[in-house]
Design a protein around this ligand. Sequence first.
Ligand code: G3P
Ligand code: MG
Length: 342
Amino acid sequence: SQIQTIEAKKVAKAKNMAFSFDIDGVLVHGDLPIPQGKRALQILNGDNELGIKIPHIFLTNGSGKPEQARCAQLSKILQNPISTDQFIQSHTPMSALASYYDSVLVVGGVGYRCREVAEQYGFRDVIVPNDIVAWDPTIAPYREFTEYEKAMSRPRDFSKHNINAILVFSDSRDYATDIQIIMDLLLSENGRLKTKAKDPVSQRIPIYFSQGDLLCPTEHWQPRLSQGAFRVGLEAMYKALTGVDLERVVYGKPELATYKYADEVMASWMEQIHGEEKLPENIYMVGDNPASDIIGGNMYGWNTCLVRTGVFQGGENDENNPANFGVFPTVLEAVQAALRKE
Ligand code: G3P
Ligand code: MG
């Protein structure tokens, strides 16, 4: 019975813990799995000493695809089931904005996918930059517009239509066109193209960014520029043109709102796994980017684990935002250390 008591204690402790995983640079590099990630997920999905499932959610600054499609793709790459109920992309919490704005410009991502994402979130009138180029190609002087793009666009007379907000959902595929159109809208009278505001601040429509990472780890040997770098460029141009700072809202890690949203997802996922909607006491965040995953997790009271498979390539720990639980070669060692501790 002593063995039974020890076992029961272990189970109780295991039920009071959970993980929050970053994706890029922790579990995958682009479309390739990080092999230790696969194993780490198998362990949490029940292949462990206690034979129980350890709840885990995915909190990524990634973007550009509907949640359903991205989860299906990741489940295949990582050979472990990933449900949309345990999955938060950078733009997922932005669905709440759908009730505030009638007409939005959605920027970024491949083709017209972000229009699809926004429509799934409930936005009623979703405009993408290509709709505007199709209406008036001179707006983007260097843009070459293909027949396919023309066919897929939904032009209308945007000089007779107010756009109420700009939502940057994902990485721009054409900085020149996107920055030009965003700037035209920011400088317009209440989001009406071919007008110019008398006052750049009071008549300016709001702009939101889904995340602020400067860099993103990929298959390339050095991380690539990400949405944060695009934003910094846009802000500098706006300031140079108007003399005033661009007010903006940024979602994603390490913003507080995103961690609060993660708590809600975590609590309802706990219910699916353990039958009780309650936040575990010990949450372990595994990330590769000190300036996003680790600083955010530290501020939010999570146990932070920094891995060496992504953005972080430094020494013993990050100097500015050290991980409080430790630095590990890969996600597998991080998960094993956390399980040992609990
Ligand atoms: O920085 C862009 C994005 O791909 C990062 O994703 O999963 O590392 O938060 P993740
Ligand atoms: Mg990452």
